[in-house]
Design a protein. Structure first.
Length: 211
């Protein structure tokens, strides 16, 4: 049954969970014209990255458990740039959904949703579209709505905040803006108060839209 025009060259599944691999491979083989081949990895190293680079047009499906165990999504995207990556994870936080999308992931879904909608996920990824199930869309909206409004910040505070967010110390920001260390401390005190946060760690949770 030919569901789509053409097909991707290969689809890679990165997971250490045999059930995850089995379910997805079984579902994909139900649609023999969807992909040329399905290859599974238990990690994403330079060796696996080289294999993927040999097959342009590949889509990569990553088990969220791999990410929970310390694999960084940015590292995977660096190893396999310009490919469509889909993360499959049963439970997301609001921040995770935003983080994955910002990193360049093309799909966020649960295992059951991925199993049921694999055709839409893969065809959308091929076109460069982002696929998200309804739960993940809700998470994204909650993250955006939870981000404090920076419109009350002064122009100088608007200059200070992104520098702090980029990891500069108060002293480094003072040198960058040619103002005193104490002035930076005063600006940050006002920023914390206006944004209703207490620490730098609280600031780093958000994606601030600085004018």
């Amino acid at each position: 049954m030919n569901l789509i025009e053409g097909k991707v060259n290969d689809l890679y599944i990165i997971s250490k969970t045999e059930r995850f691999n089995f379910l997805l491979k079984k579902r994909l083989y139900d649609f023999e014209n969807l992909v040329s081949s399905v290859i599974t990895f238990t990690q994403m190293s330079n060796r696996e990255s080289h294999m993927i680079h040999e097959n342009p047009g590949a889509i990569i499906i990553i088990d969220g458990i791999i990410i929970n165990n310390g694999i960084n999504i940015e590292e995977i995207l660096q190893l396999a740039p310009n490919y469509s990556i889909v993360v499959v994870k049963n439970l997301y936080t609001n921040d995770e959904v935003y983080h994955f999308l910002k990193a360049g992931v093309k799909g966020l879904t649960s295992l059951s949703n991925c199993y049921a909608n694999i055709v839409n996920i893969i065809t959308g990824a091929r076109r460069g579209e982002i696929y998200m199930s309804s739960d993940e869309v809700s998470h994204l909206f909650r993250h955006i709505s939870a981000t404090p409004d920076t419109s009350e910040l002064t122009d100088r505070e608007q200059q200070v905040l992104p520098l702090i967010m980029n990891g500069l110390t108060y002293q480094e920001v003072a040198l960058e803006l040619d103002i005193s260390y104490e002035t930076i401390k005063s600006h940050m005190k006002n920023i914390y108060k206006k944004l209703n946060v207490r620490t730098k760690s609280d600031l780093l949770k958000y994606n601030f839209h600085i004018k």
